[in-house]
Design a protein around this ligand. Structure first.
Ligand code: SF4
Length: 379
């Protein structure tokens, strides 16, 4: 049997600080306190040094939180720390997530000069009422200006994140956001339905009847509208929530969806190395203390049995429009997909939710709209 090991090709660095916690946010992020960011960056450096020379990365992704909340000196420190570990300049994608309310022209210049070649901007909406509803720190006008400035500073690979499905939102309002984003011509657009997860202020408001969730049918119509409109505007729909101009698909995320191995550094970061998935201490202060004391901050580790890993690999691959290749599956796991999932595949094909016409298992358009239920059949 062929074990599932793939070369480690991605590095993720988590910067868990934000200017303010957004009302819908269930990510591992905290409002930054003065002084702690320097300690945190030092801890990140120590954690990364443990892996010095061990891996070569094709993609680096600095996410958060809000990586662009750090000041200019801290940006220099952070990128110098990360750049020491980058050897593989070939096919290299280097992304930093940005909040338009924290990304100044000087910070853009620094990011560019230190080799960052992709910026993912969390705009969410161009409409100030919805930005206020989310608790974002920026306006639609600032978000627009941010993308324009990034272009004028020479960034040629920009992603814009948008959210749809706000309580009371109309299809017309969503179309206005889609039109606005297309006018800005980013290379990549991600669209997500508003989610009610964790114990966020938004979830509490919904529980208390202060917020009425949008009807699911309207939300589905918004998703279909985005698919149609973005395709018409030459964005390729390559993953459930992601659209890109040809050649600008996000390699870092594709590595995740291919269930490949990666190293995650920072508070709450996940890693997947040598068949083992692990997670770092989530609390920023515990993470810093743990690194100072021992450099070992893992609070969770699991080695997945082969069949579980195979299931997860299919589920992740089905997120992508190109789906799962039967040959790749066989090469990785040493048996055919049908041996483990023959019954599920037949049922889902009969229901018109899956097809495997060209030796690849993928969601049909109908399957796309009930993707969660289809994927659940493989878990
Ligand atoms: S900026 Fe992003 S990470 Fe920070 S609180 Fe808002 S949604 Fe969460």
């Amino acid at each position: 049997m062929n074990r599932t090991k793939q070369p480690l090709s991605s590095l993720y660095i988590h910067i868990p600080f934000c200017a303010k916690k957004c009302d819908y946010c269930d990510f591992n992020s905290v409002v930054s306190e003065s002084g702690i960011i320097d300690h945190y960056l030092h801890a990140v450096e120590r954690e990364l040094n443990v892996f010095e020379g061990k891996y070569s990365y094709d993609t680096v992704y600095i996410g958060g939180g809000t990586p662009t909340i750090v000041n200019e000196n801290q940006i220099k420190t952070l990128l110098s720390i990360v750049n020491k570990h980058i050897k593989n300049k070939k096919a290299f994608e280097y992304t930093v997530e940005a909040n338009p309310g924290t990304l100044t022209k000087n910070k853009m210049k620094l990011l560019r000069d230190y080799g960052v070649n992709r910026i993912s901007v969390g705009i969410q909406s161009f409409q100030d009422d919805y930005l206020k509803f989310l608790g974002r720190i920026h306006s639609g006008a600032i978000a627009t200006k941010c993308v324009e400035l990034l272009v004028s500073e020479g960034f040629k690979n920009i992603n814009v994140d948008l959210i749809f499905g706000y309580p009371g939102q109309t299809l017309d309002e969503w179309m206005q956001d889609l039109q606005r984003v297309v006018e800005l011509k980013p290379e990549h657009i991600s669209t997500y339905a508003l989610t009610y997860e964790g114990e966020t202020p938004l979830v509490k408001k919904a529980r208390n009847g202060l917020v009425i969730k949008l009807d699911e049918d309207v939300e589905l119509e918004m998703y279909q509208t985005a698919m149609r409109f973005l395709r018409e505007n030459n964005y390729c729909h390559y993953e459930i929530s992601n659209f890109a101009k040809p050649g600008y698909e996000c390699s870092h995320n594709i590595n995740y969806w291919n269930n490949k191995e990666y190293l995650g550094v920072g508070a709450g970061a996940y890693s997947f190395i040598d068949g083992e998935r692990s997670m770092n201490e989530r609390s920023v202060s515990h993470y810093i203390k743990g690194i100072e004391e021992s450099t070992n901050v893992k609070v969770f580790r699991e080695s997945l049995p082969l069949h579980t890993f195979a299931s997860e690999t299919i589920v992740m691959a089905l997120r992508m429009m190109r789906g799962m290749s039967g040959k790749d599956f066989y090469d990785r796991f040493g048996y055919k997909i049908g041996e483990q999932f023959g019954a599920q595949i037949s049922d889902l094909k009969r229901l018109g939710l899956l097809n495997d016409d060209d030796e690849r298992l993928k969601l049909t358009e109908k399957g796309l709209f009930v993707a969660d239920s289809v994927m659940a059949e493989f878990l």
